[in-house]
Design a protein around this ligand. Structure first.
Ligand code: GDP
Ligand code: MG
Length: 447
């Protein structure tokens, strides 16, 4: 599932990623492609429209970090908005009760009974005492199905008495589960092929008897746009605290299921990715976004840049460099900032594909050389006095010798550092160019 969406988005961003400059038209074109990809994947059209609107506002309203390309920044915005679309942070079941209670509901065949077994399996493994309650009294095989699963995962089960109604069964099970023997009780309710008044009435009465803390809708991700209606109807009828999306291992387009959080405001708790008991996974919006976007490298690069680079600090540094006022103290803090951003190969990899015409081997060589050099420079600057750091031009030969001795390096190394630093002064010209680009971006982003 989501392969097509993923391919379409990656194609769009492959183009965008390489742009050094973005125009409003670039962004609009790319976002149109994103919108089409979402619709193609069966994402609800209103959800897709709002999604694009939000990303566009971000693209036009926020400043682009200096250390990333605008294309990378747009990818980050799309990623962030996808995470929001899927619910933001991960939500877990509320297991605070004694016992914690979970009511599973949904249409026929959505995967309620299978999910009940999977949840029991998961919590049994975590050492919890789990009670399953078979509440699907209409399908003869349903109770037997849950019984077998209970046997497999090793937990107890309550089955309906002959003639007992669903709410009566619920009331009995709720009482029975209250004796302190269980940590978690899971009610596997019966479904319908479609929601009807009878089902809604029954669920309401059942809910009144059992008062479950977790009211969870089990949704088959393959049913398309209907999933949005189903989710809304169940939410209205009994209220929902969360959802489980099943059959994400299938080849349906699945976009509708990705819209249910946006439509209902209810978190997706888990996803079913197969028929086996261990094929149930907690749902993490950020992981899903990065899986679909397939741009994890760019996203984490931009995040790191955001975390590490204090924007004001970076601007100040640029100004100093442009005016040739930078001293070795500044150089040292730049080296330290770079080090915080992780291995240089990662940074090189995160740069737009065509910016560096290097293959993996060359990149590795460059990265290694730079890392060795950075470590060397760092140690040299650290063995300088404050005065020397401020006045690199006045470090004479005897001072250089002392510094080299202090950090266990050669005189040539100290010379190399000072030469490199001198060259940086000449980079002022280049920075002027960068500033121009920055001004251009600001004009574009504040339009
Ligand atoms: N591939 C796959 N099949 C699933 C998943 N969850 C449930 N199923 C299958 O869907 C069918 C219906 O599941 P069931 O739990 O009986 O649905 P219920 O009617 O809602 O209780 C069964 O054949 C399950 O094995 C899943 O995540 N992936
Ligand atoms: Mg069932």
């Amino acid at each position: 599932m989501f392969e097509n969406l993923s391919t379409a988005l990656q194609k769009t961003f492959k183009n965008l990623r390489g742009y050094g400059k973005l125009t409003e038209k670039n962004v609009k074109d790319a976002l149109r492609e994103v919108r089409l990809a979402l619709l193609e994947a069966d994402v609800n059209f209103k959800v897709a429209r709002d999604f694009i609107k939000k990303v566009q506002e971000k693209c036009l309203g926020e400043e682009v970090l200096n250390s990333v390309t605008p294309g990378q920044q747009v990818i980050k915005f799309v990623n962030d908005e996808l995470v929001e679309l899927f619910g933001g942070a991960h939500t877990d079941f509320d297991l605070s009760g004694k016992p914690a209670s979970i009511m599973l509901m949904g249409l026929h065949g959505s995967g309620k009974t299978t999910s009940a077994g999977k949840l029991a399996f998961r919590w049994r493994k975590a050492g919890k005492r789990v009670l399953l309650v078979a509440c699907d009294i209409r399908r003869p095989a349903a109770v037997e199905q849950l019984s077998i699963l209970a046997g497999q995962v090793g937990c107890e089960i309550i089955k309906p008495f002959p003639g007992e109604t669903v709410p009566q069964l619920g009331g009995r099970a709720a009482k029975a589960s209250n004796d302190g023997k269980y940590d978690i009780v899971i009610y596997d309710t019966g479904g319908r092929f479609q929601i009807d008044d009878e089902l809604v009435q029954e669920l309401k009465e059942f809910e009144a008897e059992t008062r479950p803390m977790n009211k969870v809708l089990v949704l088959d991700a393959a049913i398309g746009q209907e999933s949005v209606n189903v989710a809304e109807t169940f939410k209205e009828a009994v209220g929902l605290t969360g959802m489980i999306l099943t059959k994400l291992d299938g080849d349906a387009r699945g976009g509708a299921a990705l819209s249910v959080h946006a439509v209902t405001g209810c978190p997706v708790l888990m996803t079913g990715v197969g028929e086996k008991m261990d094929e149930l996974q907690p749902f993490y919006p950020d992981r899903m976004a990065s899986r679909i976007l397939g741009m994890g490298d760019v996203v984490s690069f931009v995040e790191k840049a955001q975390e590490m680079v204090d924007q004001d600090e970076a601007l100040k540094m640029q100004e100093k460099l442009a005016k040739n006022q930078m001293d070795l103290e500044d150089f040292l803090s730049q080296i330290q900032m770079m080090k915080k951003m992780g291995p240089i190969t990662n940074m090189l990899d995160a740069l737009p594909g065509n910016a560096l015409k290097m293959d993996a081997k060359q990149k590795e060589a460059v990265a290694n050389a730079s890392e060795v050099e950075m470590r060397k420079f760092e140690s040299i600057i650290q063995s300088m006095t404050a005065w020397e750091r401020k006045n690199p031009k006045q470090i004479d030969r005897s001072r250089r010798l002392r510094i080299a001795k202090g950090c266990g390096r050669k005189l040539a190394d100290v010379n190399q550092l000072l030469k490199r630093f001198e060259q940086m002064g000449k980079m002022g010209k280049q920075f002027k160019k960068m500033e121009k680009r920055l001004r251009h971006l600001k004009k574009f982003t504040t339009k």
